[in-house]
Design a binder for this molecule. Sequence first.
Ligand code: ADP
Ligand code: MG
Length: 567
Amino acid sequence: MKEEHTSVFFENNKLLFAVSTVLLIIVNILSCVYAYIMQVLLDASTGGNVKQLITILVETISLFLVFFVTQMILNKVRYAFVRRAMSQYKNKVFNLLSHKSIASFVNERTSSYVSILTNDVTVIENGYINGLFDIISMCTSFAGALLLMIWYNWMMTLVVLFLCIVPIVMSVLIGDKIVHLEKGISDKNEKFVSIIKDLLMGFPVVKSFQAEEQAVNLFCDENTDLEKGKEKRKAAEGTIKIIANEVGSFIQIGVFLMGAFLAIKGYITAGVVIAFVQLMNNVMEPIQSLPALFANRKAAKGLIAKMEQYASNNEVKDGDEVIDDIGEGIQFEQVGFSYEKGNYALHDISFKIEKGKHYGIVGGSGSGKSTLLNLLMGGFSNYEGNIYIAKKEIRDIKRECLYQLLSSVQQNVFIFDNSILNNITMFKSFDEEQVNRAIKMSGLEKLIHEKGFDYLCGENGINLSGGERQRISIARCILKNTSVMLMDEATAALDAETAKTVMTQILEMDELTSIVVTHSLEKSILERFDKLFVLQNGTIVEAGTFGELLKNKKYFYALYSLSGEQN
Ligand code: ADP
Ligand code: MG
């Protein structure tokens, strides 16, 4: 599972990675050659050989050229790799999210995903991708320098290696702390994004209730918390660097002393001592930065794992039954459901929906109407009892088939910041005739006539009225042309006249099966339903036609009388 998600960086990207790695290795080996040039130069000068100096000059210039060209190419290839890797990763994350069920989104904060796609990806790019290159670079430089050292003098090399043990052990110990801190920052960032989102979306409420000060305080708290987290992380990284630097200088002096001693004794030349001191840079830099690099990489991996966990959380298993028709209809069999344990939102619900008929659901606020429709849309699978469509349990039906058969108009309509047309068609292509029918039936003709298809709706439909937004969502469903339409107080935002026209048109569609939650208890509409279900505290207390229910003189009668529409 883990491998699968990190491999996305390298998909169709292996060549760029391989070329970058090879070039990186060449560049780092070339950097060791400088030490060699210094040694030859110094020893030639002490030997008084001018001719050799000229040869060395020519060699040095060629080395410079090769070094420059390789680095330029590396620059291009490496960043091309990073670009591909990161865009592939983000696309993959979004793709995973788009496969989540509606229910899992209901239960999560979308700001988590915003944070994953903004803060976390930056950390991953630096810690995981660039970190990998840095690690390769450091290791090559270290290995190259070490080989050259051994070639010069194995005794000196042993001394160097021995001195290096201390900083390595020490920073590995601090490394784990960084991983922990990075995860903390990611979590805090998530909260920070969530607060920003809330405050911006709730801006009008904050303003009208004069709660600006409280809003600013909320923001400040999260902001401070996040920055404190970052401070801790930077401090930990800083500590590693300071200690490593300190130990580094100490080791460098040690090497110089040892070299000087061996040179005096005549084991090595002065040139070799200079080469060693130069090579010490190639050895010390990796030692100083590798622990932090590994820690950052581990931290970035932690964020990748976190993303995986989010992406797989609350996944509703897709069924494998394929249906293309609702057959004899829909059946609820002793269905119970609770959002929180022991607190039933629906209880012992049993009823039948026949194909081509229209059903109304009425009941007070909180009686479970929306929950019932959500279950039917496959929103949750942890309900008791069974819900059948064409004799197949919803849990076993492929989501794709379910959404092909059922569409729902919700209370809260989401409008994209795009044209009216794209909002109706949901960016798909349809015949003009179909679009016009949907527009007519949803009562959008006037709006289209005045503003045109290309009118921009604004962020979440800010340029439209509540009624217009609702009509767009109705048009979406009509255009989708599913055999079942669920409506959840869909006409609540429309004026009485338009609501009646829209409802009448929908209830006149013979081929359509509709289940309509309605708050409006208007006789002319209620009479058109083939059957009404009356919900109270999560159970169906009455069912029948409008006429039958009135005659019963029970709960429905009371609701209806109270609404004052009986005329
Ligand atoms: P209605 O649509 O009839 O007004 P709902 O189906 O929305 O009622 O809600 C039924 C009950 O479930 C209510 O008590 C409500 O508070 C509760 N409820 C609804 N949605 C959630 C949720 N996401 N989490 C927890 N409880 C919920
Ligand atoms: Mg509701």
